[in-house]
Design a protein around this ligand. Structure first.
Ligand code: HEC
Length: 302
């Protein structure tokens, strides 16, 4: 009896872990898109479609003490794992045809985050789906059908959801307040480096091989947000042909800006949309980015 009670416990804890993982994943993804301003790509949307219903499904399953909950969860979590693994592989490898694998809107290869060099958003999704899969399987197999009252107590469901919403609400509210404060602070911030432009000689036109490379890389890494001709795309990226930033900053400063990306609430952000660090392509070298900058300056149709 002792031991079956403790396996029953494992089952309940496992379901709570699944619930927590689903809520963390949903609110984390909303944090990235709504607070940080990262634009979800098509594959991100499929992962959301598979993850978000789990927040309710698992909660109701626990509340109704439904033994069949794992069978309802698994189709979502396994499919989600498939999509996020595929997404991660196209970000990090070229086995599915490289950077142009999914080109409409934000390129799916855009890595908004790249923590420690391998943790990207689809990587986090992959982990969350995996935790959920393992947790519901654990719950199912540690469950004794004959045992009454083996399913978890209910109050933690409400507690987890309330806590998750509270944290998210706090972070979101704070970010909103910061945005408002930034909007009223300085109307226009002139960037440092402006004075550099004066004694920066007119750059010699880049050699055509570099220009060709820059053109190719631009099309792969930047065009989806800045437009095929650098004209900009509303809600994704601003114009580069009529960019004051580009005319008043030298290559090194532009390179530094591209490497760092630009937060939506940065003083010099005019559109309130985030630019991912390195344009979401941490794999590009300084030389490659400099080739892109050369192409933007000298190769784009003006
Ligand atoms: C996911 C969309 C996205 C991608 C991909 C992207 N950018 Fe951006 N970029 C932005 C946004 C958004 C801004 C900031 C807009 C603002 O400040 O209002 C920006 C700003 C910039 C600026 C500053 C322009 C100015 O006038 O302030 C440069 C330069 C730039 N990007 C270059 C690049 C290059 C080069 C690449 C490819 C390696 C790239 N971007 C990829 C979205 C993107």
């Amino acid at each position: 009896m002792e031991s079956s009670t403790s396996t029953g416990r494992t089952g309940s804890w496992a379901l709570y872990i699944a619930l927590l993982a689903a809520w963390t994943a949903m609110l984390g993804s909303l944090y990235f898109s709504e607070v940080r301003g990262y634009v979800p790509c098509a594959l991100c949307w499929y992962q959301r479609i598979l993850m978000y219903p789990l927040t309710g499904l698992i909660a109701f399953g626990i509340l109704r003490r439904d033994r069949h909950l794992p069978f309802l969860v698994l189709p979502f979590s396994l499919l989600g794992q498939g999509v996020s693994t595929y997404h991660y592989l196209i970000q990090k490898t070229t086995i599915f045809g490289g950077p142009t694998a999914c080109a409409a809107g934000v390129p799916c290869t855009t890595a908004w985050i790249n923590w420690l060099g391998f943790i990207t958003i689809p990587f986090l999704a992959m982990i969350a789906f995996l935790i959920i899969t393992i947790a519901v399987l654990t719950a199912y197999y540690s469950d004794q059908p004959s045992e009454k009252n083996r399913m978890p107590v209910r109050w933690p469901v409400v507690a987890i959801i309330a806590l998750a919403l509270l944290i998210y609400g706090g972070v979101y509210g704070q970010a909103q307040a910061a945005k408002e404060a930034a909007a009223t602070a300085l109307p226009v911030t002139v960037l440092e480096g402006t004075e550099d432009a004066e004694h920066n000689p007119v750059e010699p036109a880049a050699p055509s091989a570099t220009l060709e490379e820059g053109k190719l890389l631009y099309a792969q890494a930047c065009a989806a947000c800045h437009g095929p001709n650098g004209e900009g795309i509303v809600t994704l990226g601003n114009t580069l042909v009529a960019s004051k930033f580009l005319t008043t900053n030298d290559d090194a400063a532009v390179l530094a800006m591209i490497r760092a990306g630009r937060e939506p609430n940065a003083a010099d952000n005019a559109s309130g949309v985030a630019m991912p660090a390195s344009g979401g392509r941490p794999d590009l070298t300084d030389t490659q980015l400099t080739a892109i900058i050369g192409y933007i300056r000298n190769g784009l149709p003006q």
